[in-house]
Design a protein around this ligand. Sequence first.
Ligand code: PRX
Length: 651
Amino acid sequence: MYEPVIAVPPSFAASALVDEAGYRAMYERSIADPEGFWGEHGRRIDWIKPYTTVKNTSYGHPDVSIRWYEDGTLNVSANCVDRHAATRPDQVAIIWEGDDPGEQRLITYRELKDEVCRFANVLKAHGVKRGDRVTLYLPMIPEAAFAMLACARIGAVHSVVFGGFSPDALAGRIEDCASTVVITADEGLRGGKRVPLKANVDAAISRISEDHFAPVETVIVVRRTGGNVAMTPGRDVWYDEEAARVPAVCGPEEMNAEDPLFILYTSGSTGKPKGVLHTSGGYLVYASMTHQYVFDYKPGDIYWCTADVGWVTGHSYIVYGPLANGATTLMFEGVPTWPTNARLWQVVDKHKVTIFYTAPTAIRALMGAGDEPVKSASRASLRLLGSVGEPINPEAWLWYYHTVGDNRCPIVDTWWQTETGGILITPLPGATALKPGSATLPFFGVRPALVDNEGNTLEGAAEGNLVLLDSWPGQMRTVFGDHQRFVETYFSTYKGTYFTGDGCRRDADGYYWITGRVDDVLNVSGHRMGTAEIESALVAHPAVSEAAVVGYPHDIKGQGIYAYVTLMQGEQPTDDLRRALVHWVRKEIGPIATPDLIQFAPGLPKTRSGKIMRRILRKIAEDHYEALGDISTLADPSVVADLIENRMNRR
Ligand code: PRX
């Protein structure tokens, strides 16, 4: 295979934080002496009581325990806000660019402090205390960042739920962490369309069982569009009215390094979404350290990550990492394709963005719209590009590099996960020669390894399952309320290691190439989804008796959702029913789970013990039905001919 290598531009290396020799030296030290390395770098944030211990971690199944800086105390919001408000009060902390190109807000660190304190006081006035869980279901408006930081200020634990999730999905997440307070907005605005957030919250609350031990007591509603929404007296309050009644001063709580900072729900291969729990000290050290080194961040940069705060990328690289570093972070409410395909590049020019971080799915979609929208903007301010969320195909990488970056800007392809809290495998732009499609090399302190399906370690150039041999400060600590599930999910497949769920190739230069999930998790437009969740939504429909969902290659989304559906006796496989099922899944989970293709299947391929053979379903969905392998072990091999005959993805 031809693999171009793109050297670090000498001009970039000259002013970069770390060059190649610097990376090697720091990496080697971080592995040889993690205590010393992280002990030193932990001081990049302010501690109220400094830590005396650094690392206390064990991957020893079944007693997995991960603690960093465990006797230190700090406040995350003081680190992201107060220390910069004291030293650079007039610097812009958040540039907010509205959905409508005519709307923007610039929030300085001084203003950010006032806003966060007010929000914290509103939460306190509604009885929120240390350790309480608060669910946020908000659009991409500055109040989302204020609310997250306000929780951190008073020691409450936020659980942000992406605004694209349905009322049912929201209800499950509110119930699981027993939040009694929900923060939302009247409506969201994306691509000129309104999103009924408050109405969704009402619907979600009405679905939470009446005898749930922690009913929702308060809904705080931020006014975004001014749209008409129902307010339940005694439960729902307007944020602006509440904020007007409280002072803009609120002291930060002294929190332990291992006190929870947030929960973020993410999909796995089985069961309900898991509440990934991150804690305070190690997470902030890791988010700020990676933000600085991976993006070569320096004062004066204008940094833009296009993610939504409903995902971990928004947590670590819109809010916590950049603000901990005193950066100017841009928050974008809209979508890349509205009002035109040139929107992102217009925003880059308007705010003189220097560092731009987005997802391959956006790059591919914009590549499909041609070069003209890109060329209509100068993009002269850009110096670094980033990619995250899914493997980036070399064609999209090269287009990003040549057309968006004018061959001038290194691309950092950053591999990580909700669970990892921050970036683990990535180039450092002043240090690492790039190969399009490779996430390249591990960050400081990260020890990746490849194992075969039996758990044997693979050396040198090899392909296998990606595991991590030791902990890093940003690692998740547990699944909220279910430590056993944490241990089982991540530490029981290959004992003594953290299993990522990803397949990966390592080339002769030691570069890592993520090949995608090896479990039943899909990555659709960079959104992570469990096939089991979509299947359980489908079988909840009265016409469906059985469903199996697999991914298939999709030009823009990376993976598309392919559902095989067996109907109840007497149901007819019509196009109307197909549309109804698509609508049903959107309603049950949200638009991100919309099935792309539904094939009605009279039978699914099962072993004699009743296990669905997904390997066969995947091959047929990929249109590679000639390579099905051995099907003689199926209970009824004849179902396969029908599946092939009626396959939906013909190329
Ligand atoms: O399969 C990997 C893919 O996204 C998964 C993690 O998804 P999530 O927890 O939603 O976090 C996404 C944002 C960090 C991984 O297991 N993934 C993420 N980044 C990359 C990637 N695959 C290839 N290359 C990447 N840069």
